[in-house]
Design a protein around this ligand. Structure first.
Ligand code: NAD
Ligand code: MG
Length: 380
């Protein structure tokens, strides 16, 4: 039995993780955590019987405790609760399906407690990869990628030596606004932005896919996961989302992982690694598919990608500023307080005023996040 704790169990990745657990007899849920959706959490508790459940909001935690008082489950809240869940004695692996850099502390605590990590929460690696990767090595835990591109690379690398990698080729759908120019983007609405062509995901990552910030975050995520420098990571637009990413080796051979867009595959691969299991669902039909096409990303229009690379090159605390500015800008865009193009403006200005601190520790990262928020709040 592999014992699984899920951080962010009510979200897109979280609920698909529970689907994977349902389909595999040797996976068991021992802990759950979510923000505030107590109705869904109650259903999940009654189905999976976890021993520990963390809810971010204290009030929601009290409400949930009353709802499940007939069951033997401990309910905790706030950051202390997320950390208790991350470290819980019964678990073997933590699925980090929470959204945003709030995942940093629970992820680090889980590593300190010797848990393997199935990592979906890319914001954590983008801002604290220099702390997390060495810590994982020190404590002998595996970081197994859940993001589809990184899972594809991980699958393509199976058995190959890292020194033989020449280049990582990260594919991108291009998002709902592919082909548009800056002038067209002035008028796009929240509703237009939330219509991703190929994937159904949480709201934040759906907006990030439209700005191409998501691809920028993925470049930084890849750099930490696979220890490859930025000059050897290339983004390729592949609008059908059939090739999930590729690796080019020293001899020119390119290995790719293809499949229908279904996040349950990378989730299951991370949870059952190194096994491959049957997965119910559509299969690729190459006669129906007919063609797979490629384009270069439009970096002039979709500034999320070049700004992320700039942040990554500056290094230190700059990726934290890039990420924190984006998190707050996306929240404001989702609340319809700013326009789509304001997201780039907020990220760009936040980065220009920041001087990168080298190798920031956890406290510095969290302080720089707060400071970035304070500055943005005073202007937008
Ligand atoms: P989502 O918004 O659907 O779900 C987020 C989950 O986190 C929810 O369960 C929510 O309750 C929980 N959460 C949020 N704030 C919390 C807090 N303070 N305390 C406790 N729980 C909290 O998001 P998602 O689309 O599932 O994405 C999750 C992560 O996975 C993100 O980092 C995203 O970039 C990454 N990811 C998602 C997909 C996808 O297909 N959805 C693909 C690749 C990577
Ligand atoms: Mg992805």
């Amino acid at each position: 039995m592999k014992k699984v704790a899920v951080l962010g169990s009510t979200g897109s990745i979280g609920t698909q993780t529970l689907d994977v657990v349902r389909a595999n007899d040797d996976l068991e849920v021992v802990g759950l955590a979510a923000g505030s959706n107590v109705e869904m959490l109650e259903k999940q508790i009654r189905e999976f019987h976890p021993r520990l459940v963390a809810v971010w909001k204290e009030e929601a935690a009290r409400d949930l405790a009353v709802r499940v008082q007939d069951l033997d489950v401990k309910i905790v809240s706030q950051m202390g609760g997320l950390i208790e869940l991350a470290r819980m004695e019964e678990s073997d692996i933590l699925v980090t399906a929470i959204v945003g850099m709030i995942g940093i502390r629970p992820t680090m605590e889980a590593i300190l407690a010797g848990k393997d990590i199935a990592l979906a929460n890319k914001e954590t690696l983008v801002t604290a990869g220099h702390l997390i990767m060495p810590l994982a090595k020190q404590f002998g835990v595996q970081i197994l990628p859940v993001d589809s591109e990184h899972s594809a690379i991980f699958q393509a690398l199976h058995g190959e030596k890292r020194e033989q990698i020449h280049k990582l080729l990260i594919t991108a759908s291009g998002g709902p606004f592919r082909g548009k120019k800056t002038a067209d983007l002035e008028k796009v609405t929240l509703e237009d932005t939330l219509k991703h062509p190929n994937w159904v995901m949480g709201q934040k990552i759906t907006v990030d896919s439209a700005t191409l910030v998501n691809k920028g975050l993925e470049v930084m995520e890849a750099r930490w996961l696979f220890d490859v420098d930025l000059d050897h990571i290339q983004v390729v637009v592949q609008p059908q989302s059939i090739i999930h990413s590729m690796v080019e080796f020293e001899d020119g051979a390119v290995m790719a992982q293809l499949g229908t867009p279904d996040m349950r595959l990378p989730i299951q691969y991370a949870l059952c690694y190194p096994d491959r299991r049957f997965l119910k669902g559509d299969r690729l039909d190459f006669h129906m598919l007919k063609q797979i096409t490629f384009e270069e990303p439009d970096r002039k229009t979709f500034k999320g990608l070049p700004m992320a690379v700039e942040a990554a090159r500056a290094g230190g605390s700059m990726p934290t500023v890039f990420n924190a500015a984006n998190e707050l800008a996306v929240r404001k865009f989702l609340q319809k307080k700013i326009s789509f193009l304001d997201i780039y403006e907020i990220i760009g200005q936040s980065m220009s005023r920041h001087t990168a601190v080298k190798d920031p520790d956890l406290d510095q990262i969290l302080e720089i996040e707060k400071e970035t928020y304070r500055w943005i709040e005073s202007r937008w």
